[in-house]
Design a protein around this ligand. Sequence first.
Ligand SMILES: [Ca+2]
Length: 317
Amino acid sequence: MHKVIFDTDPGVDDAMALLFLHRHPAIDLVGITTVFGNASIETTTRNALFLKQAWNIPAPVAKGSGETLDPDRPHVGWPTGIHGDDGLGNIGVPAEIDLPLDPRCAHRFIIDTVRANPGDVTLVAVGRMTNLARALRADPEIARLVRSVVIMGGAFDVTGNITPAAEANIHGDTEAADAVMTAPWPVAVIGLDVTTKTVMSRAMLSDIAERGGRPARLLSDISQFYIDFYEHHVDDGMIVHDSCACVYVVAPELFQTRGGAIRVICGGIADGQTLQKPDGRLFPPNAWDDFPSQQTCVGIDADAVLKLIGDTLANGS
Ligand SMILES: [Ca+2]
């Protein structure tokens, strides 16, 4: 079993990833921590509570950060054209959800849970890396106590999606992302190199909605606005960015990876770019030296990943 804390900014593809984690038999979802990104922290936290309630997810929700690690970093507007004004495809999420939040803030929840389960917790982070960086800053020793960190973010051998250089989750808090990539915990980065190859067709989503009961129908309703956005980018359907990271936790054999230290460019026109120094390549002394080798995904068996997502979403209890 994998004990997972899901750090998320729901977000349409976040919603699919959450249902995947909830329904996969090898995952024990022990917490949901929220971060700003696809919408404000108030909206993403409300959405996490909405999905917890709708899908009867036992894991607690802890509210996270609404501000970048460097508070002077300029604010980038919310991507309402992709995720809707409510962050969940404009399905009409109630303004308030009558469920309690965990009393701790997200980074404290992460620290406490990791310390209570040394060596056991996998952090799956599919929004900005702010909460993870704050947890590291408050308690650097947790890096040695986490089982692994799996990130959706970055663009290594391909162009970005928010600038030619940068992917949105990394660009949204570059200093935080660099802190996470360079910490002494094992990180696997699932970036645009592989997620953009993983497109769920409308037909597949409607088949899941038919087989997966009411929770899957809600997921399908949430996803329609996002699919309309992707009409300009893919032939048919939606890129399932965040679910790819969740699949990596249970089926890493469906990905090809490359090892090497990873840095995030902070500032300038390439702000948010992720750059890896592949293991074994020799250079004069540079800013990648002495940082841990992390794994970047460079290949994916997209058909097998989509099948695993579809079967998991459809096979609810
Ligand atoms: Ca996300």
